[in-house]
Write a protein that binds this ligand. Structure first.
Ligand code: PLP
Length: 481
């Protein structure tokens, strides 16, 4: 796809696949969208999918599967213990990561649970480029603390830096010096989720893990979003231009003691697990698998999903398959930039990220601009995005609310799910919303859960701005949905 040039000189992401199974979508009228958003407590997680036109909430477990994945699912060897399906998955992981041991888990956070329980003691520090919601929740649950050491460019929303997920090496050496004897491990997240799917360079993986080794500190890679990161290393890191995706994958894995992943993202299916090349490390985590996940040859995953992951991992080694997501995201990001709409640049993986602080300068952080914008986008378009800002943070034990480094609305592009015309529809409605942004107000809590509050908390609008937004839509669009 990157190799095809158009006569017009235009640059559009050309799909190297065809669609063979489709699902009809429903776009409710704006009045119904307003009602649905209210009923969902202004939390896009609580919308019914039947009320959603484009589901851009996440890429988790909703990527389109390939013909080969579906075919493999039919061949699954169903057994509680010792299934051939598990052996095939294990062999594929060994082949691509070069790691001998694999502990299966039902999804990414289950792997995080096992790793945190095994290696984090009260008072420990886990250094990382940036936290992820579930990762941090498990570490703090074990009495540990997270230190984020991403480079300053990482939280600069508009930047030219090509590897905004990189860890700052000076911050790392300083963190190690301050926390001697209390460093549980160093965690690097490929395709850094909460700062806009921003990649880490191979050089940075090497530099960080070298410092860790010199200091005798365990290193852990969260490879959930590795696939987009592989594409960016291949296309943005000059020293890697001649490496194959397989070679890049192996070079990254070679840096780490432990690699874990959510197969809801990596491998385009549903599941997860932990890989390591060290028998003792594997042993130290092993007994938690049958206790919390399932027997060692399925770990909570269905055999069908394991077959799909095996094929999905192999397909991840194909540039034409993994570049589809980033190219669509780049296209959408560029279209929004052309219209003057504030988005995170350069375009990363996972999705397109709107900068809600700039989109809604009239709101302060305690009015939850990203949450308000996600609600407004749904009302204006039927597109479901996800708040990635202060609402996604957790209160401190004393009740104070940490303000997120970034207030983003993520519009995820699950791989191979949407067409370019659907992306243009989303761009058009966001453009309309941007011209009417003065109408958008804040949100306040109605029900606030203590842990991972963004998943099922409920909020209400400050005043009647949502009704006024829906009326403005009706005025401008007439009978149109
Ligand atoms: C999704 C995700 C996880 C958690 O995985 P689940 O399968 O959703 O439990 C962990 N880390 C990162 C970077 C993720 O994107």
């Amino acid at each position: 796809m990157s190799k095809v040039k158009l006569f017009s000189g235009e640059n559009i992401p050309l799909e190297m696949h065809k669609v063979r199974i489709v699902q009809k979508l429903n776009l409710p009228p704006v009045e119904d969208r307003l009602a649905a958003m209210k009923e969902a407590g202004n939390n896009t997680f609580l919308l019914h999918n039947r009320d959603v036109f484009m589901d851009m909430l996440t890429d988790s477990g909703v990527n389109a599967m390939s013909d080969n994945q579906l075919a493999a699912m039919m061949m699954a060897d169903d057994a509680y213990a010792g299934s051939e399906t598990f052996n095939r998955l294990h062999s594929k992981l060994k082949e691509i990561f070069g790691m001998e041991f694999f502990l299966p888990a039902h999804q990414g956070r289950a792997a995080e649970h096992i790793i945190a329980k095994t290696f984090v003691k009260p008072g420990d520090v886990v250094a990382m480029n940036f936290h992820f919601t579930t990762t941090k929740a498990h570490i703090t649950e074990c009495g540990g603390r997270v230190e984020e050491l991403v480079s300053d460019e990482g939280i600069n929303t508009t930047s030219r830096c090509l590897f905004k997920g990189n860890m700052d090496l000076n911050k790392l050496t300083d963190c190690i010096a301050r926390n001697q004897g209390h460093m549980a491990f160093i965690r690097m997240e490929a395709g850094t989720n909460l700062i806009g799917g921003q990649p880490v360079s191979l050089q940075n993986f090497r530099d960080v893990t070298k410092i860790a080794k010199d200091n005798g500190i365990l290193t852990v890679l969260d490879a959930s979003l590795l696939q987009d990161n592989l594409h960016f290393i291949k296309t943005r890191e000059e020293a890697c231009a001649d490496m194959s995706i397989r070679e890049i994958t192996r070079a990254i894995a070679d840096c780490f003691d432990i690699v874990y992943f959510s197969a809801r993202k990596l491998g385009f299916a549903r599941g997860g697990g932990i890989c390591t090349r060290d028998a003792a490390l594997s042993e130290s985590m092993k007994e938690l698998v049958p206790m919390f996940e399932g027997f060692l040859t399925y770990g909570g995953m269905s055999v069908r999903e394991m077959e799909a992951i095996t094929v999905g991992l192999e397909e991840t080694m194909d540039e034409d398959i993994i570049n589809q997501g980033p190219m669509f995201i780049e296209f959408m990001t560029n279209e929004l930039v052309k219209r003057g709409i504030p988005v995170v640049t350069p375009a990363g993986g996972l999705g397109c990220h709107l900068n809600a602080r700039e989109f809604l300068p009239q709101l302060n952080d305690h009015q939850y601009p990203a949450g308000a914008l996600a609600a407004a986008i749904y009302i204006a378009s039927g597109v479901r995005g996800m708040e990635r800002g202060t609402l996604s943070e957790q209160r401190e034990p004393d009740g104070t609310e940490p303000i997120a480094a970034m207030e983003l609305v993520r519009l995820a592009l699950p791989r191979r799910v949407f067409t370019l015309s659907q992306v243009m529809y989303a761009v058009d409605r966001i453009d309309w919303l941007f011209r009417n942004r003065h109408l958008i107000g804040g949100l306040r809590w109605v029900e606030e859960p203590k842990v991972l509050r963004f998943f099922f908390g409920r909020l209400e609008a400050d005043g009647d701005w949502q009704e006024r937004l829906a009326s403005a839509f009706r005025r401008d669009f007439g009978d149109s949905l």
